[in-house]
Design a protein around this ligand. Structure first.
Ligand code: GDP
Ligand code: MG
Length: 200
């Protein structure tokens, strides 16, 4: 059993400062002449009922994708949990799945694996695992976690792993495709990803 996709909103986390990318908005940085966020949209759209973009800049440029755009409610670039909290506040579905904007190799069964893990373990959170460690920005969350997450952030906490640890969370195994988590943080990473895109 898994969760019906219509009950899951996909949230693309594009709200960071991208300091290692020279401050260029990473979702809009081009990889093989295509903005990085388009790789994520294309991969995740068939896996969820609805999609939204979490971004703190360039809303007019992100608007071209026709998706709802949500900014962090907490100012000051507090990290991905701030984006998750704002998204959780917005969604109409019982679940949301998050994916970062800088990981162009999203597999077509990402949501299915997370959804099975959550369902089989009867948890409110499932997190991707690459065989060595969790990859916390790839996660599936129940919407009832909003209150807890808001309180956590208001108490000054920012660390995503620590928030997960307050719960029993399930892990979804991606050790067979660890390249899922190859993400592009620097201009050099673009070159590496390009060579992978061309090889595949
Ligand atoms: N909403 C929001 N997202 C953030 C913030 N900082 C980072 N992110 C997102 O979190 C993800 C991971 O950030 P990144 O800087 O690539 O971290 P790393 O690859 O784990 O070192 C990216 O999708 C960022 O857009 C923030 O302050 N707010
Ligand atoms: Mg990254």
């Amino acid at each position: 059993m898994s969760i019906p996709k219509d009950n899951i909103t996909g949230v693309i986390l594009a709200g960071g400062q991208a300091r290692r990318m020279g401050g260029e908005d990473k979702g809009l940085v081009r990889l093989n002449n295509k903005p990085m966020i388009e790789y994520i949209i294309d991969a995740i759209r068939p896996q969820t009922g609805k999609l939204l973009i979490n971004a703190n800049r360039n809303h007019e440029r992100y608007a071209q994708y026709g998706l709802e755009i949500v900014a962090d409610e907490l100012s000051g670039y507090c990290g991905p949990l701030a984006g998750m909290a704002s998204a959780l506040q917005t969604i109409k579905t019982d679940y949301m799945v998050t994916v970062p904007c800088d990981s162009p190799f999203v597999p077509d069964d990402l949501v299915e694996r997370l959804s099975h893990a959550l369902h089989d373990n009867d948890t409110k959170i499932s997190v991707a695992h690459n065989g060595e460690r969790i990859q916390p920005v790839f996660c599936l969350l129940k919407n009832t976690l909003l209150k807890s997450l808001t309180e956590y952030l208001h108490s000054g906490e920012r660390k995503i792993d620590r928030w997960f640890e307050q719960y029993q969370y399930a892990t979804a195994d991606f050790s067979d495709i660890p390249e899922t988590f190859d993400n592009i943080n620097t201009p050099e990473d673009i070159e590496k990803a390009l060579s992978k895109l061309i090889v595949n």
